[in-house]
Design a protein around this ligand. Structure first.
Ligand SMILES: *Cc1c(COP(=O)(O)O)cnc(C)c1O
Length: 364
C-alpha cells in the first residue's frame, strides 16, 4: 500500500495525558486539566437539563443542512442563513477550507506558532506552507503580506492567537484586509471571541459584506463548553460558502450537537458568567506572575502563555505530579514557557501555590 509521501513525515495529533492516566500514575484523587482551554464551568445548565428531551430518533440521519441551528446562529450574529457553514468543530471547517483551496503547487501563509491544524491540513493537501514567526507573540502581518504571491490561496490569522492569547486590533486588521489581493482567502479564526475584552477588537462580522475573500471561524467548543459534542462554524459571503459546500461531508454535524448548540446560544447568562470569571481569574494569575517576576503575553483569551526561568517541560512534569495538567511550551514551539488555561478560582489559587514552590526550589 502506498500512502501520500507527506503523511510519512507527519505525526498523528498527540492528545495531552488523560485524567484517568494521571490519577493512576501519581495516585491522585483529583486532577485539574488546564491544558486545552476548555471552560472550567462546564457548559450551560440549560443544555444539561433540556438535551435529554431532545434526543430521540437517533436512527435518523441528522439534518445535513443544519437548518435549525443555522437559523439560530444567523439571527444571533445578524447574517443571512446562506452565509454560514457548519463543521464537526471548527477544526473541520479548517479541513474543508484546505480541501477546497489547497493542492500541490499552491501555497498558504500562517504564523508560527499558531493553531496547528492549518498547517496539518494544508500539508495533507500537498500545499507549500509558509510559516512566519510571531514577534513578541504577535502575528508579523507585514511579513505575512509580503510572502503572498500568485499561487497563494489562503492566509490564516488567529485572533486571539492560540497559543499566545494576543489579539490584533481593528485598525491593523482592516489595513491587512485592504491589502490582501482578491485571489487570497483570509481566514480569521476567532475561537476565543467570547472571552475578548479589548475595546479595539475587530468586529469582523460587520465587514463580511465588504470582503468577498474573508471567512470568520467561531466555535461552541471553548466558552460554550461543548468541545465534546464537536460543532463550530464559518461565516462568509454566500459565494464563498458555495465554493466550500461540495467539500463538506453531507452529515458532518450530529443531531445532538445541533440541538445543544441552539440551547447553548439561548443561555447568554452562562457566557457572561464565564466571561466575568475568566477576566477575574486571569487578572489574579497575571498579578501572581508579576509577584514572581514572570513575564507573559497579554491575553484576550482564557489562557495565559507564561515565560519561565526553566524549561516548560520541567514545570509541566512538576505540576503533573501535583495533579495539574498544563501545556508545556516545548510542545507548542515556545520553549521555557507554559500555556495555562484559566480555571476555577480555587484551582488557580492551588496551582499558583505549587508554581511558587517550584520556582523558589532552586532545583533545576
Ligand atoms: C480550540 C480551537 C479551535 C477548534 O475548535 P473546535 O473544537 O474544532 O471547534 C480552532 N481554532 C483555535 C485557535 C482553537 O484554539
Amino acid at each position: 500500500m502506498k500512502a501520500k509521501d507527506i503523511l510519512k513525515t507527519m505525526k498523528p495529533y498527540k492528545p495531552g495525558k488523560g485524567i484517568e492516566e494521571v490519577k493512576k500514575e501519581f495516585g491522585l484523587e483529583r486532577i485539574v486539566k488546564l491544558a486545552s482551554n476548555e471552560n472550567p464551568n462546564g457548559f450551560s445548565p440549560k443544555v444539561k437539563e433540556e438535551l435529554p428531551k431532545l434526543i430521540s430518533k437517533l436512527e435518523i440521519y441528522p439534518d445535513g443542512y443544519a437548518a435549525a441551528i443555522r437559523k439560530k446562529v444567523a439571527e444571533f450574529i445578524s447574517v443571512d442563513e446562506e452565509q454560514l457553514i457548519f463543521g464537526n468543530g471548527s477544526d473541520e471547517v479548517v479541513q474543508i477550507i484546505c480541501r477546497t483551496f489547497l493542492e500541490p503547487g499552491s501555497n498558504t501563509i500562517m504564523a508560527t506558532p499558531t493553531f496547528p491544524q492549518y498547517r496539518h491540513n494544508a500539508l495533507i493537501e500537498g500545499a507549500e506552507v509558509r510559516e512566519v514567526p510571531l514577534v513578541e507573540g504577535h502575528h508579523d502581518l507585514e511579513e505575512m503580506l509580503s510572502q503572498i504571491d500568485s499561487e497563494t490561496r489562503v492566509l490564516w490569522i488567529c485572533t486571539p492567537n492560540n497559543p499566545t492569547g494576543v489579539h490584533i486590533n481593528e485598525t491593523t486588521l482592516k489595513s491587512v484586509l485592504d491589502r490582501v489581493p482578491d485571489h487570497v482567502l483570509v481566514v480569521l479564526d476567532e475561537a476565543y471571541f467570547e472571552y475578548v475584552e479589548a475595546d479595539d477588537f475587530f468586529d469582523s462580522l460587520s465587514v463580511i459584506d465588504q470582503y468577498s475573500n474573508l471567512m470568520v471561524l467561531r466555535t461552541f467548543s471553548k466558552a460554550y463548553g461543548l468541545a465534546g459534542l464537536r460543532i463550530g462554524y464559518g461565516v462568509a459571503q454566500n459565494n464563498l460558502i458555495q465554493l466550500l459546500e461540495p467539500a463538506r461531508e453531507p452529515f458532518n454535524t450530529s443531531t445532538v450537537a445541533q440541538a445543544a448548540a441552539i440551547l447553548a446560544l439561548d443561555d447568554q447568562d452562562f457566557i457572561e458568567k464565564s466571561f466575568e470569571e475568566n477576566i477575574n481569574n486571569k487578572k489574579a494569575l497575571m498579578e501572581f506572575c508579576e509577584e514572581q517576576g514572570l513575564t507573559y503575553f497579554d491575553s484576550q483569551a482564557n489562557f495565559l502563555l507564561i515565560h519561565l526561568p526553566m524549561s516548560g517541560d520541567e514545570m509541566f512534569e512538576y505540576l503533573l505530579s501535583k495533579g495539574f495538567i498544563v501545556r508545556s511550551g516545548e510542545a507548542l514551539g515556545l520553549p521555557n514557557s507554559i500555556r495555562l488555561t484559566v480555571g476555577k478560582k480555587e484551582d488557580m489559587q492551588r496551582i499558583q501555590e505549587e508554581m511558587k514552590i517550584k520556582l523558589n526550589s532552586g532545583a533545576r
